[in-house]
Design a protein around this ligand. Structure first.
Ligand SMILES: [Zn+2]
Length: 317
C-alpha cells in the first residue's frame, strides 16, 4: 500500500468567538428572520479533524449572511475534539472517545452509555430534531471528488439535485457500526418531510476543500429558500455547474477480520469495469465487485474490524 502524506493547507479557524451563541448551547448560534420559513441548520465539525465546515460557518458569519426567511442555525458540533487539532498529528482529533457520527439512534442516545461525544450529541439533539433542512459538512481521507450524500429518501435526492453541487450525489443507508445524523429520526422517516444532507467536501486538509464547503453551504441555503440569489451571488463562481450524477450504493463492505487490505491504493470513485474483480482481501478471503462498472466510494484507511471499508455503487441512468 502506498503511504500517502497529506499536506496541511487549510487553517483551522478560531471558533472561540462563537462559544457564547444565543441558543443556550455553546458554539451554536441562530438567527430568525421576520418573514416565516423553514428552520435551516448547517452543522460543522461532527469530526474534529474536518476543518472545512468550520471554514464555511466562519465565512457565513464574517460575510454577514443572514436568513431572508425562517430560521438559520449554525452549529460547531464536536468542539472538544476540534480543540485538540494539531497539524503535526492531524487525524488524531477526529473524536475524543468515539465517532460522533455513529451515535444517532434512540437506542444509543437514550442509553445510559457515556462518552464525550454522547454528552454533546444529547445536548444538540433537540436542536437537530427541530431542523427542517440540515446540512452536515464533512471531508474525506483521500483527495477525491466532493460528494453529496442524500440518504435513501426521494426527497433527499431531490434536494441534493436542487443544491446541484457537489456534482456527485451518493444515495446510501449509512454504516453497520452506527447511525449517522442524516439517518436520524425525521430525516430518514419515509413518510417524513425533514431532509438532511451530508457533504464530503474533499480531502480534510487540502486548500480546495474550504471553498467547496462554502459553495455547498451557499447553494444549500439558496435551495432551501433561506437566502436569495443576490445574497450568494458575490461568493459563487460564475458559470453553470454540470448536472449532478447519482450513484446508488448497493453494498457496504464491512471489515470482518484483523487483516483487511485493498488490492490497489484506491482513492475513491474508481469505476471497476468487470464484475468479479478482486478489490481487497479480508483475512485471506477475496472481496469481489458484484457487477460491471462498479464504483468504489470512500475506501477507508481505518481498516479495523466492524468498520466500513468501502461502499460499492452504480450510476443511476
Ligand atoms: Zn466526517
Amino acid at each position: 500500500m502506498v503511504r500517502v502524506i497529506d499536506p496541511i493547507e487549510l487553517v483551522a479557524p478560531d471558533i472561540e468567538p462563537y462559544r457564547h451563541g444565543n441558543t443556550g448551547i455553546e458554539h451554536v448560534g441562530s438567527i430568525t428572520a421576520d418573514e416565516p420559513g423553514p428552520h435551516v441548520l448547517v452543522n460543522a465539525l461532527m469530526h474534529g479533524n474536518e476543518l472545512c465546515g468550520a471554514v464555511a460557518l466562519d465565512f457565513l458569519v464574517r460575510h454577514g449572511i443572514r436568513p431572508r426567511r425562517g430560521r438559520l442555525t449554525l452549529s460547531f458540533c464536536n468542539v472538544a475534539a476540534y480543540a485538540t487539532f494539531d497539524p503535526r498529528s492531524p487525524a488524531a482529533s477526529r473524536y475524543v472517545d468515539e465517532d460522533m457520527n455513529r451515535v444517532w439512534s434512540p437506542a444509543v442516545l437514550d442509553s445510559p452509555r457515556d462518552s464525550a461525544e454522547l454528552r454533546r450529541a444529547r445536548q444538540l439533539r433537540p436542536l437537530f430534531e427541530s431542523a427542517d433542512f440540515l446540512l452536515d459538512l464533512h471531508s474525506m481521507q483521500n483527495p477525491t471528488a466532493p460528494l453529496m450524500l442524500c440518504g435513501r429518501t426521494s426527497r433527499g435526492e431531490r434536494l441534493a439535485r436542487a443544491v446541484g453541487f457537489p456534482a456527485w450525489i451518493v444515495a446510501d443507508g449509512g454504516h453497520a457500526s452506527g447511525r449517522r445524523l442524516i439517518d436520524h429520526g425525521r430525516f430518514a422517516d419515509p413518510d417524513g418531510d425533514a431532509i438532511a444532507l451530508l457533504a464530503e467536501c474533499g480531502q480534510h486538509w487540502r486548500r480546495d476543500t474550504g471553498p467547496v464547503a462554502v459553495e455547498t453551504t451557499l447553494r444549500f441555503l439558496l435551495a432551501t429558500g433561506c437566502i436569495d440569489a443576490a445574497d450568494a451571488a458575490p461568493w459563487l463562481p460564475g458559470g453553470e455547474r454540470p448536472d449532478p450524477c447519482l450513484v446508488e450504493v448497493t453494498d457496504t463492505v464491512t471489515v470482518g477480520s484483523d487483516a483487511f487490505t485493498f488490492s490497489e491504493p484506491y482513492l475513491g470513485m474508481e469505476i471497476i469495469p468487470a464484475a468479479g474483480t478482486v478489490i481487497a482481501s479480508d483475512g485471506g478471503r477475496p472481496v469481489r465487485t458484484p457487477y460491471d462498472d462498479c464504483i468504489l466510494i470512500m475506501p477507508s484507511r481505518r481498516l479495523s474490524r466492524g468498520q466500513t471499508a468501502v461502499r460499492l455503487g452504480r450510476l443511476r441512468p
